[in-house]
Design a protein around this ligand. Structure first.
Ligand code: NAD
Length: 483
């Protein structure tokens, strides 16, 4: 099935930090793919803006390299050449006054203007201020800001206040690329587009929910950034929180930005504080092949967690008593991200104890192989009486929805096009981000005050022993981490 492409209005996109890693790996290749898909108007401009001298032709050469490395399989010379005609560069220092007038000259009036802040968050305020000061921001302007959005509630609030000084909330697009994933949106389609699931989507029928985001890589070259952050700030406060919201929220009246974001906010506000015994922090040890976390970050005494597992509760009528188990970490057994909704046992087995009992599990898999499966109980084939087994109903998007995985847009390209369209549904609102920090801050403060030392875990394991116990104690068990 070939995906339908809806063209967008003429636009100019300025990428501050246009020579950086994110621009090279995600933003520029993503734009190229949208161009190839036929979604980009003929006169769209993509303007890289960063410190350092570079002219258009040098920037185009850099962009071409990025596309060839990260642009997917369909990179024809002709398409690259036509795309590069739209690409320009301007030298601008976010903290200085040079270059802004020149950038303004490149932006014709009457078109959508998007300014992507792909720079360190410490520059967000300076950029917002200069966009106003030099008259670059007009009525059709919007800004896109990257994670991390703050380090805690205090800094997130300060960041919101400074952005709000220059831009209205409906002009601010806070990216969480998890929300741009096909499966995450499909989760909403499955929940709210079918009669089958929603009546069972509550504490009466759902035993528990597991959210796992496991990586096999260590902190790598991001050590100095990561060590100030840790798994709670880097993954739970943003990406996993967003997943939890989409699973737990009430049906919004319409699929519209504020209707959806109001419901997500209610979920975050309904989260109970997590007691210390429902929280496990871990740090990977080294082995013969890979260094330990402390070696990776070059601090032998680091107490930052590379793994966290916790049991959360959403205290409202729908979810009272249903635990949400969350775990995320680095250097784990396999790279996988999934949400599993584990339903309760059927109330009575007519087949007797020997037949075995199985639960329905809806698995929403974000990576690898985006898709969903629903485990249903069936009879084991063949003679020998009634024995039951699990069989997955499989809906793996790459196979079922499109013969060509290249046609499934990457999260970034989808979200950038939403920015151009002015659709904020899949972006975080300022109050959501603050509410998420308001929930994680006390947990972090508490373990810091206690001087908590993360538990070691082996590379290639499923996290520290206590993380397994977190579920065992409740008579439940984690799903296997499988790639
Ligand atoms: P980077 O260090 O690779 O690039 C930074 C860019 O900012 C460069 O183009 C640099 O020239 C420009 N820059 C620095 N100081 C400037 C100034 N004073 N004025 C104008 N331009 C300036 O960083 P990155 O990895 O591309 O990350 C950019 C942002 O995206 C950061 O906020 C980061 O947290 C976030 N982010 C990055 C990734 C990723 O995969 N790289 C993922 C998620 C979020």
């Amino acid at each position: 099935m070939v995906s339908r492409v809806i063209p967008v209005d003429p636009f100019d996109l300025v990428i501050f930090g246009g020579t950086g890693d994110l621009a090279r790996r995600k933003i520029l290749p993503g734009l190229f793919r949208r161009f190839v898909a036929g979604q980009m108007p003929d006169d769209a401009q993509i303007i890289g803006a960063a410190r350092g001298d570079m002219d258009d032709s040098e920037y185009r050469a850099m962009t071409e390299d990025a596309i060839r490395e990260f642009g997917g399989r369909k990179v024809s010379d002709d398409a690259v050449a036509r795309f590069l005609e739209r690409v320009h560069f301007t030298t601008v220092d976010a903290m200085g006054d040079e270059g802004w007038a020149k950038l303004a000259e490149k932006l014709p009036p009457g078109r959508v203007r998007a300014f992507y802040f792909s720079v360190a968050p410490s520059l967000f305020g300076a950029l917002a201020e200069r966009l106003r000061h030099f008259g670059l921001a007009d009525a059709a302007s919007r800004i896109v800001v990257e994670k991390p959005f703050g380090h805690d509630l205090h800094s997130a609030r300060a960041l919101n206040r400074v952005l709000e000084e220059y831009f209205a909330e409906d002009e601010i697009y806070r990216i969480d690329h998890y929300l741009g994933k096909e499966t995450v949106q499909n989760l909403m389609a499955v929940r709210f587009g079918n009669m089958l699931f929603e009546p069972l989507w509550n504490a009466q029928y759902v035993d528990h929910i597991q959210i796992t985001v496991a990586e096999t890589v260590g902190v790598g070259g991001r050590g100095s950034y990561y060590d100030k952050s840790g798994a709670m700030r880097d993954m739970v406060q943003n990406h996993i929180m967003q997943l939890l919201c989409l699973i737990a929220m009430e049906p919004p009246a319409r699929f519209e930005p504020d209707a959806v974001r109001d419901e997500k906010l209610k979920v975050i506000r309904a989260l109970d504080p997590v007691p210390a015994h429902h929280l496990v922090r871990g740090q990977y040890s080294g082995n013969g092949t890979h260094p330990s976390y402390c070696d990776d970050v070059e601090d032998p005494r680091s107490r930052t967690e590379s793994f966290v597992a916790l049991r959360a509760h959403v205290s409202n009528w729908r979810w009272a008593g249903t635990p949400f188990y969350i775990r995320t970490g680095k250097r784990l057994r396999a790279r996988t991200s999934e949400i599993a909704v584990v339903f309760k046992d059927a109330p009575h087995s007519i087949f007797g104890a020997d037949a075995g009992r199985h639960r329905n599990v809806l698995v929403i898999r974000l990576q690898p192989n985006e898709g969903m499966t629903l485990d249903v109980t069936i009879k084991e084939p063949g003679p020998g009486g009634m024995r039951l087994m699990d069989a997955p109903l499989d809906l793996t998007f790459a196979d079922a929805m499109s013969p060509d995985a290249d046609e499934v847009p990457d999260a970034y390209e989808r979200l950038i096009m939403d920015v151009i369209r002015g659709n904020q549904t899949l972006f975080m609102r300022g109050d959501e981000v603050e509410a998420a920090w308001a929930w994680t801050d006390p947990l972090i403060d508490e373990w810091e005050a206690r001087g908590d030392v993360p538990q070691p875990y082996d590379i290639g394991a499923a996290g520290p022993e206590d993380a397994l116990m977190l579920m065992h104690r409740d008579g439940r068990k984690w799903r296997e981490i499988r790639g």
